[in-house]
Design a protein around this ligand. Structure first.
Ligand SMILES: [Zn+2]
Length: 93
């Protein structure tokens, strides 16, 4: 099946996706970053994670936190900085 068809199905079901390429989690493998022992987030799919530079990591993880704030969750700047730091470390930057 074409990826745009699969993305359309994911969109219709309200399934989120990669902030970089837009592919949805109903079919695309994601990359989870654990920021506590039990909590993780996944702004990027596996292939975008592998291809992302430090600037992109910062941009997309920051974008994710911004979206959480829009959804009414409280995540402060300290949390955002911590999350980006964890992701950069995980990536080896
Ligand atoms: Zn992607």
């Amino acid at each position: 099946m074409f990826s745009w068809v699969k993305n359309l199905i994911g969109h219709a079901r309200g399934i989120g996706g990669c902030l970089r390429c837009g592919d949805r989690w109903n079919w695309k493998p994601l990359h989870a970053t654990m920021y506590t022992t039990s909590r993780g987030c996944f702004p990027l799919c596996g292939s975008c994670w592998r291809g992302a530079g430090p600037g992109e990591i910062e941009r997309y993880y920051s974008e994710l936190v911004r979206r959480w704030r829009q959804d009414g969750s409280f995540y402060d700047q300290e949390f955002e900085d911590h999350l980006i730091e964890v992701a950069l470390k995980e990536k080896g930057f």
